[in-house]
Design a protein around this ligand. Sequence first.
Ligand SMILES: Cc1cc2nc3c(=O)[nH]c(=O)nc-3n(C[C@H](O)[C@H](O)[C@H](O)COP(=O)(O)O)c2cc1C
Length: 193
Amino acid sequence: MTRHFLFLLGSARDSGNTELLARKAAEQLPADVTQRWLSLTEHPVPDFEDLRHDSDHVRPSGDNTALLLDATLAATDIVIASPLYWYSLSAHTKRYLDYWSGWLRTPGLDFKQTMAGRTLWGVTALAHEEEEVADPLIGTLNHSAAYMGMRFGGVLLGNGSKPGDVLTDSAALTRAKTFFAQEPPLARFPYDS
Ligand SMILES: Cc1cc2nc3c(=O)[nH]c(=O)nc-3n(C[C@H](O)[C@H](O)[C@H](O)COP(=O)(O)O)c2cc1C
């Protein structure tokens, strides 16, 4: 089956370390894998409005929300490329994920069934040297994948503060070479045995 990778760029600046690292990893993808790159700052969506218990969400059309939904549904592999902001996902990325809660309730989408078995990946850059401070971000993505019945490929971490710094993190560049070559397992919650 042909794989379709969707890279969602969630930094609040262009061409930052997260994107650079994600592009390094993507260079290694086989030629028959399609890649689509979308910047969440270039495709802004309004703050998520929780209508789950008031009325059904309707399928968006003709706006950035529709574009992101259609891109998500078309992807076998979704790569969340978010810098580490306050130890977790950037607001742009988090807002995109909040929309998943609406799509779960949108009639006709079967969003959960459609996404089940697909793969969620993460790429993040952080300024902190000790990588365990990124655990909240990793947990968010792992648990979200587990909730959705998705596979989880883990998070590729790179160090850097100003744009370009990550290109001097040789360990991260080495990890990037094989990151997408893994066969990711189905995500599990920590309490799953
Ligand atoms: C709003 C904000 C919050 C940040 N929070 C953290 C943090 O919690 N831990 C950390 O190590 N670095 C933090 N940083 C530093 C960024 O993670 C770092 O500069 C990273 O390289 C940015 O990625 P980018 O170049 O892809 O935008 C923060 C930066 C910003 C702008």
